[in-house]
Design a protein. Structure first.
Length: 234
């Protein structure tokens, strides 16, 4: 579904991504793990069209999207749940969800998708008229995921979905990601909780200093002594 080849990204003179290549097959959960500053968010933002690469190819379902604006990338079917949730705090839950359905690909099925996400997150159904900024952190993460789903993506990229959440809520978020994958969504997961993300992922990539250092199944990387020592502390 997604093919990245020879990807370079610079911020001024500083290189953030160096010859990155990865593949995401339809129906997979693919994790991207690494230390802070390794380039994980830069990679997600480049795929999403928020950064323009200096070199390389990004193909989604066969179409070249490298350098395309983010609104076009979204409308092709790539959704992003951004780090820090980034809901619109003064808008209601309903208004945030309706905004997610403003893409041309999503407008005709907005009511159906609204029913679907409220079924997935019944707590949001109880808070449709409430300002998003007054929700708890876990509820805001539910809203951020739901708003992304309202755009009817085929591939969903999660950037640090557990950041700042209580441990019990973190478990709920990972269960939601597993359920979305079972429901047919392809998932790219960038997550600070390396053990959890590798346990969930079909395949994974380790990113170090902007380069792919290792790749394999989630289970194989979880069992790798170097990965466990560097990222899990075991």
């Amino acid at each position: 579904m997604l093919e990245v080849r020879d990807l370079d990204l610079f911020y001024g003179d500083a290189q953030a991504l160096d010859d990155v290549a990865l593949d995401v097959g339809e129906g997979e959960i693919v994790a991207i793990v690494g230390a802070n500053g390794a380039g994980k968010t830069s990679l997600i933002r480049t795929i999403a069209g928020m950064n323009r690469p200096a070199r390389g190819s990004i193909r989604f379902e066969g179409a070249e999207i490298a350098g395309e604006p983010s609104h076009r990338v979204c409308n092709l079917g790539i959704g992003q749940v951004a780090e820090g949730r980034q809901v619109f705090p003064t808008m209601t839950v309903r208004e945030n969800l309706e905004l997610g359905a403003s893409l041309p690909r999503a407008r005709s099925g907005a009511r159906e998708m609204m029913d679907r996400v409220l079924g997935l997150f019944p707590r949001l159904a109880e808070r449709l008229g409430q300002a998003a900024g007054t929700l708890s952190g876990g509820e805001q993460q539910m809203l951020a995921i739901s708003r992304c789903l309202m755009g009817r993506p085929r591939l969903v990229m999660f950037d640090e979905p557990s950041l700042g959440l209580a441990p019990t809520i973190v478990q709920d978020v990972f269960a939601i990601i597993r359920q979305l994958n079972a429901d047919g969504f392809t998932i790219v997961l960038v997550e600070q909780n390396v053990a959890q993300s590798l346990s969930l992922a079909h395949r994974a990539y380790v990113l170090e200093s902007g380069r792919i250092a290792m790749t394999g199944t989630g289970a194989d990387l979880l069992d790798d002594p170097g990965v466990r020592r560097a990222y899990i502390g075991l």
